[in-house]
Design a binder for this molecule. Structure first.
Ligand SMILES: *Cc1c(COP(=O)(O)O)cnc(C)c1O
Length: 459
């Protein structure tokens, strides 16, 4: 019927050209570029034409705010960006939150090395080609006493490289107590198989002796592997072969031994939570011919894999064709070099934030508590990252009424703040938040309370 055709609001939808020419959409084009805005504008119009057949009112109401709908469509099409998050969980090396934060001043030095060219692989003095990883590897040798070092994309890559180099089609001997999964579906047996090695398990879950390894060594053996079990511990009636003994055994059989330290701890630490963890320097001193660890755990650097050890062994890994696929990016090398230089001049790590000077930290907590109406309660922090013992580090945190709704509002706020809920209260541990971010945190809590209250009122 003619009268209905005239009333069809789809007829009032603008053409694509008219929509793109409107001032509001012109501003979107400045922000997002013409190609993306055009595609999204076509989609928005088409969606309204499709919906309009059965739901004219939806089109009617959309006509008033087409540019806003278009903007929302563009944001959705791009997907959520990576956001800076305040980690108030008390878990420093939180794998879901990007593990170790870089020291602020070092992170501030990075853009200048990234937004232009850099002397990554050139010796400026001679003009000749230089060693790509030379600086970081030199610093690693300096810091650990290792004769040679190699940097890869991450520690998993180092394991793959070492296994592929020494044990492709050959046997890799590992204790049953160390066939662990380290989170993020990192499973030692899977990595081993993917790299072409054949797993030979020795000992039992709780006890593996040197004799177990010795018995398993044969003509097909390519590598002995010892893995730090990280976030997992067997207690009670246990035995494992010491690195010193294994190193001797490997040397007698002229076999390489890789000790996966995991955490990238350069030197021994005195804190009770870390006292038992043998650092890379110690493992090398104990005779381990090859030691590996991560860059973004206890080292406090970017994601990277660090391989240290005897020059002949490390160089064989470097020459393996796979290394070309596993080498780190310029961004990684730039950040790693800065962090290693920092380690060379002062023994301060991001890790130290977990044991703040008690009095100063208490004052800081009281100050923030007063601003957000929180109470101080006993709370444990953790090193985390599946890298160090999951042993608690006692201390204090801020407690707020509000539980889950406030937790959610904070997590989706600006900036997002991640805390945790205990006994229906929201806990914020500031040991994993930089002091410079306190103001942001206070403002975020105020806003999140309003959001949570509004959500509660409509629920
Ligand atoms: C974390 C960890 C890994 C994996 O390191 P990535 O750098 O994340 O690849 C391997 N082995 C051990 C013992 C670890 O703790």
């Amino acid at each position: 019927m003619p009268s209905q055709e005239v009333a069809d609001p789809r007829r009032r939808l603008p053409s694509i050209d008219r929509l793109l020419a409107s001032p509001d959409v012109q501003r979107l084009i400045e922000l997002y570029g013409r190609p993306l805005v055009t595609v999204q504008a076509q989609r928005t119009l088409q969606a309204l034409r499709d919906a309009g057949a059965s739901d004219p009112e939806a089109v009617e109401s959309a006509l008033g705010d087409l540019p806003a709908r278009l903007a929302a469509g563009i944001v959705e099409a791009l997907g959520p960006p990576l956001l800076r998050v305040l980690n108030a969980t008390g878990i420093l090396l939180h794998t879901n939150l990007g593990r170790a934060p870089l020291p602020t001043d070092l992170a501030a030095a990075l853009p200048a090395l990234l937004d232009a060219s850099c002397d990554l692989e050139i010796d400026l003095a001679s003009g000749r080609r230089g060693e790509r990883n030379g600086r970081a590897e030199h610093l690693l040798r300096l810091l650990t006493g290792a004769p040679a070092a190699l940097v890869a994309n991450n520690n998993a890559a180092v394991l793959v490289l070492v296994i592929a180099t020494f044990a492709a089609g050959r046997e890799v001997i590992v204790s049953r107590g160390e066939l662990v999964e380290i989170g993020g579906s990192f499973r030692i047996p899977d990595i081993l198989a993917a790299a072409g090695g054949r797993l030979v398990e020795v000992g039992t879950t709780n006890r593996t002796t040197l004799a177990d390894y010795a018995r398993a060594i044969g003509e097909r053996t390519g590598l002995l592997l010892k893995v730090h079990p990280s976030n997992y511990r067997i207690e009670g009636f246990t035995t494992s072969a010491a690195v010193e003994e294994l190193a001797g055994l490997a040397a007698r059989h002229r076999l390489p031994l890789l000790v996966d330290e995991g955490a990238g701890l350069l030197r021994a630490r005195e804190e009770p939570q870390l006292r038992e963890h043998r650092a890379m320097r110690e493992l090398l001193a104990a005779g381990a011919p090859l030691v590996c660890g991560s860059g973004d755990k206890l080292l406090g650097g970017p994601q990277a894999g660090l391989l240290l050890g005897a020059a002949a062994l490390v160089e064989r890994c470097r020459r393996h064709p796979l290394y070309r696929a596993l080498r780190p990016s310029r961004m990684t090398l730039a950040a790693l070099e800065l962090v290693l230089r920092r380690h060379a001049v002062e023994e301060r790590l991001p890790l130290d934030a977990l044991w703040p000077q008690a009095e100063a930290h208490h004052r800081r907590l009281e100050q923030v508590a007063a601003q957000i109406g929180a109470e101080l309660v006993p709370a444990n922090a953790f090193v985390g990252g599946g890298a160090a013992p999951e042993e608690p580090i006692p201390g204090e945190a801020l407690a707020l009424a509000g539980g889950e709704p406030l937790l959610r509002a904070l997590r989706t706020g600006e900036p997002p703040v991640v805390g945790y809920v205990r006994d229906d209260r929201l806990l914020l541990d500031l040991r994993t938040v930089a002091v410079a971010d306190d103001e942001l945190l206070v403002a975020a809590v105020h806003r999140a309370r309003e959001v949570a209250a509004a959500a509660g009122a409509t629920a």
